[in-house]
Write a protein that binds this ligand. Structure first.
Ligand code: AMP
Length: 581
């Protein structure tokens, strides 16, 4: 018998699947035979709220309002029901759903039973969605009835036998009237698991979740996160948000509501953090700006997060049916928040601040440091503090490097690629060794983002490497130009892209929507850029020859400006592009 096995039995855990790591053997103190070695498992995120906030509420818009006690009880029933259906540890359980209490239940119960949660991106085109289902080797899909038409488009081409469970919102669950091929309905599944389920310990390195990156060329790439990574990430998010400025920090009195879909990098990890803290939580279902506003007002939401597009929609809806947004804390991430949009939000009293991360980083990396900011001020300096991509969270090692991995000096003149190490970074892409090694070349995860580190240790992302405009040997940040244009009166949304130029390689092109009742012109936009050129902040070639007014700008499946698509649209000379027809 090996020593580690002896220790395993000696620890009194013979009824557990968990085997202590060999690192225990290196400890100076011999662990007490009954000592609990505490694997970092998602189920442990519930320990504190189970005791401290059993009566706090979790609300699902128009569906349910229940307490943490009921939530915890339903986790056992969901795991019990899935087990009765044949789901085993290591199986993959996929979810296609709106953001609701049932999705939160899946966030916990599925990994807690040792299975893998696959959060399907319901906004992917059908063919890519099929790729993710086949690639993840889903064993069962829990699908909301609204996504049945989408699933039906590809169902016959799912390669492995997959079981289907239906999620219905209607009061009448129609359990006897399930569509062909469906085994069960979600609430019936919970009834089946009524005897509960005993969640046991296992190795913290076991895969807990998987999902697919967006915005890449070709098929989406799969990433996985372990229990240990998600627990540490949750701690990392809380550690980064709690000690901050009193106007933006996350605390026990907050009411949390996501406005980033739960399929997008675990809703940025905030649902895990809010649950661990036992906060009152509100899940909005299908995102509709008017109902988001009404939930914020009705349920007293104080803490949320979204991409700039959702913020834009929210502010537009608030113009029509205004509510009191004063004091609402909103993390904006996923892409750079244009200065003009930030100012519009702050003018309404929103406590806005930026954070940065990506699918491959679980996602959290940095958050804006607003200490010393003048609250409510719309002065450029104060807005800039909110928009600074920010300081790395605890445990994150961040560098800005040149192509040979040498550190760039601090300061705005010294941009390079952002590379990172943290305990919660994806270790590679599933089944794709080539891209995995490329992601991790030199032992650091390469973000593909360009930025600089300031003297105070704050990171400023200036662009995505692929989006930088390269002209005659000079580089120009598309984000910088977007910021300038966003401040022109009458500009709604703005995207700046590089278009091919015979002489210079690339030149900037500006694509904008107009705010209602405003007649901003191409000349107004050029004048705004010219002002920056005249003060030496931008090179002369930054003044865009092409300015295009459109009614809407293409977005990715997670609501970001789809610059890849825009570049393809506008690659030809004016007049030859579909968007200009
Ligand atoms: P995704 O993997 O789809 O979440 O996209 C991650 C990418 O979004 C990052 O690599 C950045 O290019 C971009 N991004 C995320 N947060 C920010 C931010 N606060 N500012 C600028 N870009 C961001």
């Amino acid at each position: 018998m090996q020593f580690s096995t002896v220790l395993y039995y000696a620890c009194g855990q013979s009824n557990r699947e968990f085997q202590p790591g060999s690192s225990l053997l290196d400890m100076k103190t011999t662990p007490a035979p009954s000592a609990y070695s505490y694997p970092l498992l998602i189920r442990h995120l519930l320990n504190a709220c189970r005791l401290a906030s059993p009566q706090n509420e979790i609300i699902s818009a128009d569906l349910v309002r229940y307490t943490y006690t009921e939530f915890l009880e339903r986790l056992g029933r969901l795991a019990g029901g899935l087990t009765a259906l044949g789901v085993k540890p290591g199986d993959t359980v996929a979810v296609m759903n709106w953001d609701c209490h049932r999705y939160l239940e899946c966030f916990f119960a599925i990994p807690m039973m040792g299975a893998i949660l696959h959060t399907i991106n319901i906004r992917l085109p059908a063919e890519q969605l099929l790729h993710t289902i086949n690639h993840a080797e889903d064993d069962i899909i829990l699908v909301h009835e609204d996504f049945l038409p989408l699933l039906n488009q590809i169902r016959t081409r799912i390669e492995r036998p997959v079981r289907l469970a239906m999620i219905r919102d209607s009061a009448h669950y129609g359990r006897d009237t399930l569509p062909d091929g469906f085994d069960i309905e979600y609430e019936t599944l919970l009834d089946m698991g009524k005897d509960g389920f005993e969640f046991i310990d296992f190795d913290e390195h076991r895969t807990a979740t998987t999902f697919y990156t967006t915005g890449t060329t070709g098929n989406p790439k799969g990433v996985c996160y372990s229990h240990r990574q998600l627990v540490l990430h949750t701690m990392g998010v809380i550690t980064a948000l709690s000690p901050g400025d009193e106007h933006v920090r996350l605390h026990r009195g907050d009411v949390y509501m996501p406005m980033t879909p739960m399929f997008h990098v675990h809703g940025w990890g905030l649902p895990y953090a809010a649950t661990m803290l036992g906060l009152k939580q509100v899940y909005p279902g299908r995102y509709d700006p008017v109902s988001l506003l009404s939930l914020i007002s009705r349920e007293g939401v104080t803490f949320s997060h979204c991409v700039p597009t959702i913020l834009q929609m929210l502010l537009a809806a608030d113009e029509v049916t205004p509510i009191d947004l004063n004091g609402l804390k909103v993390i904006v991430g996923g892409s750079a928040l244009p200065h003009g949009l930030a100012r519009a939000a702050v003018t309404k009293g929103v406590q806005l601040f930026a954070a940065y991360g990506m699918s491959e980083t679980c996602p959290f990396l940095t958050v804006a440091d607003t200490m010393g900011m003048n609250h409510g001020s719309v002065l450029d300096r104060d807005i800039a503090m909110r928009l600074k991509t920010g300081k790395p969270g605890a445990l994150i090692e961040m560098r800005v490097v040149d192509p040979d991995m040498n550190d760039m000096p601090r300061g705005s003149g010294h941009t390079g690629e952002v590379v990172v190490r943290a305990p919660w970074l994806a270790q590679g892409y599933t089944g794709n060794i080539g891209d995995s090694e490329e992601l991790w070349r030199g032992g650091y995860l390469h973000t593909g983002d360009v930025g600089y580190l300031d003297h105070d240790g704050s990171l400023q992302i200036t662009d995505r490497m692929k989006d930088v405009i390269k002209s005659g040997g000079e580089w120009l940040s598309s984000i910088k130009l977007e910021n300038i244009v966003s401040r022109c009166k009458g500009v709604g949304e703005v995207a700046v892209i590089a278009i091919p130029d015979e002489k210079w390689g690339e030149r900037p092109m500006v694509i904008v929507t107009r705010s209602p009742d405003h007649a901003v012109t191409a000349q107004d936009i050029r004048n705004a850029v010219r002002e920056q050129v005249d003060t030496g902040k931008l090179p002369g070639w930054a003044i865009p020859e092409r300015v295009e007014f459109v009614t809407s700008i293409d977005k990715t499946s997670v609501g970001k400006l789809d610059k890849k698509l825009l570049r393809a649209h506008y690659a030809g000379p004016p007049g030859e592009n579909p968007a200009e027809a």
